[in-house]
Design a protein around this ligand. Sequence first.
Ligand code: GTP
Ligand code: MG
Ligand code: ZN
Length: 303
Amino acid sequence: MQGVVLQGTGGQWQVRLPDGTTRVAALRGRVKHAAIAKLAVGDHVTLEHDDGNGAWAITEILPRRSQLARRAPTGAHGERVVVANLDQVVVVFAMVKPEPNEKMLDRFLVIAEANGIAARIVINKVELAPRGAAAARFAPYAALGYPLHLTSRVTGEGLEGLHDALRGRVSALTGPSGVGKSSLLNALYPGIDLRVGAISESVNKGRHTTVGALMHPLPDGGYVVDTPGLREVGLWGVPSGELDRCFPEFVPVLDHCRFADCRHLAEPHCGVRDALAAGRVSLSRYESYVKLREEIAETERDW
Ligand SMILES: Nc1nc2c(ncn2[C@@H]2O[C@H](COP(=O)(O)OP(=O)(O)OP(=O)(O)O)[C@@H](O)[C@H]2O)c(=O)[nH]1
Ligand SMILES: [Mg+2]
Ligand SMILES: [Zn+2]
């Protein structure tokens, strides 16, 4: 029997079967040693009923199509997978209350790009800003190829498009507190009460085992992943030399750089800086690159 891991705490994993029911299962001894640090929410697993004690055991982890990993807790080695088999990262900001932050947006987009996961952008509370303001401000991101949803929980604008984008996919919703992530999900799925954020906090509280993420099945197919850890995922494991590839508008000009290992900071004959001077790369995005590059340089040695 196969299922999807919805959550895990202290070696007990909640696994959802194709019929929608869930079982609590533990890793079988033989799998355990190799896989204990690797099994993650979102994994597809095979389950067996142990004849001896009637418990369910996870006997196999099926190959992943993607994963988000973060640095292991202090004192432990390597990385921890936060969520497996994610189809997309949905970055949510509000037009006002709180104000959107492009630097933070760029950070989330880079995390998605670095992990080979598609990203889309939701700008909520658009009814609080002058008409057209959100579209104008975020048009550069749409031009980069990131699907852009302008939504309002109050007027219902954009909700249908967002619903279509979530249907049948495994999505991680992320973004600052108060932008309306829970409100949007509750509007799209009445009665489901996802409490994105709230659930993870209460589950984490008072326990020493870190809950990487929680998967919520959606009534019309797909899952929404609540990833308190997306911030911690950060830029862990992104080599500084690969950061430029996480900016889609840099990619076409990278082979214009004279040096193969160009950092695009002060080197002469740099394709990225030429594109910046020509207005084909925005200053805001370039600044994000420089800032993230510095951040990686500080932590890279610890990997
Ligand atoms: N005006 C307006 N207010 C909204 C809209 N969507 C949500 N809100 C309000 O914004 C506040 C925060 O919404 P939440 O859904 O709790 O925000 P969240 O992103 O889930 O926040 P955290 O759980 O803290 O991460 C609430 O008071 C909502 O009623 C909207 O489209 N327009
Ligand atoms: Mg919330
Ligand atoms: Zn360069």
